[in-house]
Design a protein around this ligand. Structure first.
Ligand SMILES: Nc1ncnc2c1ncn2[C@@H]1O[C@H](COP(=O)(O)OP(=O)(O)OP(=O)(O)O)[C@@H](O)[C@H]1O
Ligand SMILES: [Mg+2]
Length: 253
């Protein structure tokens, strides 16, 4: 039987030196859904994503306790770290463009994986740029440097690059911080389509974005999970938790 949850986090505690950034976090992240994570600054949202793709190990002084499993298998055992990061796409708040052409930015990962056939690469580049709602704007200048695009276009290029690995889990960390609302909406539409193919973990400072996109919403505050429930419940008049109620209504945060 296929486990309904794609990712299960159990008793995750993360420290940076003496600072505890996540306290005993346990979460079930269902497959083929958008799992939204909201919470004020410094609440541990990015730390949670970094724990899942094991980039936390790159931060000096960090220590991790607890378990994370994907399809029931512990992340340290299931794949080596490179394979893990290939299968978990990560999009950071600000675009991290490679100093390469638009085409080569997206073809980079498939080439690293050994793909050399031009036709296959062309198809991957077009598919990913379309999925990232960028194709129409760049199809005539695929040879131009990616870093010459506008901020919003570069962010979509980052999304296209994350998709080029064909990830099974896509983590987005405040992806729309540098993008105008119209482009943000286009990408939001794309994410709704993408969940057919992958599990999406969406960290957002915009509670309305969580409301629009999340099937489930998790509210984290000061490193602790305050509440996790269906987005409908979280944004209802009675979510069952005063802190959640106040936060989603902008009373604090
Ligand atoms: N590399 C690090 N070294 C030391 N402390 C860190 C490091 N990264 C994060 N922290 C601390 O861990 C806590 C959680 O940080 P995190 O970046 O996960 O928060 P966040 O919820 O993503 O915040 P934001 O909304 O501002 O992005 C903060 O107190 C932060 O200062
Ligand atoms: Mg963050």
């Amino acid at each position: 039987m296929v486990n309904e949850n794609r990712v299960e986090i159990r008793n995750l505690t993360v420290r940076y030196g003496k600072t505890i950034s996540l306290h005993d976090v346990s979460l079930d992240i269902p497959r083929n859904k958008i799992f939204a994570i909201i919470g004020p600054a410094n609440s541990g949202k990015t730390t949670l994503l970094k724990s899942i793709n094991r980039t936390l190990e790159l931060e000096s002084g960090s220590s991790v306790q607890g378990n994370i499993t994907i399809d029931g298998r512990e992340i340290h055992e299931i794949w080596n770290v490179y394979e893990l990061r290939r299968r978990i796409g990560m999009v950071f708040p600000l675009p991290v463009g490679l100093p390469l052409s638009v085409y080569d930015n997206v073809a980079y990962a498939p080439r690293m994986a050994g793909e050399r056939r031009r036709k296959v690469l062309d198809e991957i580049v077009e598919r990913c740029l379309r999925q990232a709602a960028l194709w129409d704007e760049v199809k005539d200048r695929l040879k131009n440097l990616g870093t010459m695009l506008s901020g919003g276009q570069q962010q979509r290029l980052t999304i296209a690059r994350a998709l080029s690995h064909s990830p099974e889990i896509l983590c987005l960390d405040e992806f729309s911080i540098a993008i105008d609302p119209v482009t943000t909406m286009r990408i939001e539409d794309v994410l709704v389509q993408l969940k057919e193919e992958m599990t999406i973990i969406l960290v957002t400072n915009l509670v309305q974005q969580a409301r629009r996109l999340g099937d489930m919403t998790c509210f984290i505050n000061k490193g602790r999970v305050v509440q996790v429930d269906t987005t409908e419940v979280m944004f209802s008049d009675n979510p069952g938790n005063q802190l959640t109620y106040d936060y989603v209504r902008g009373v604090f945060g």
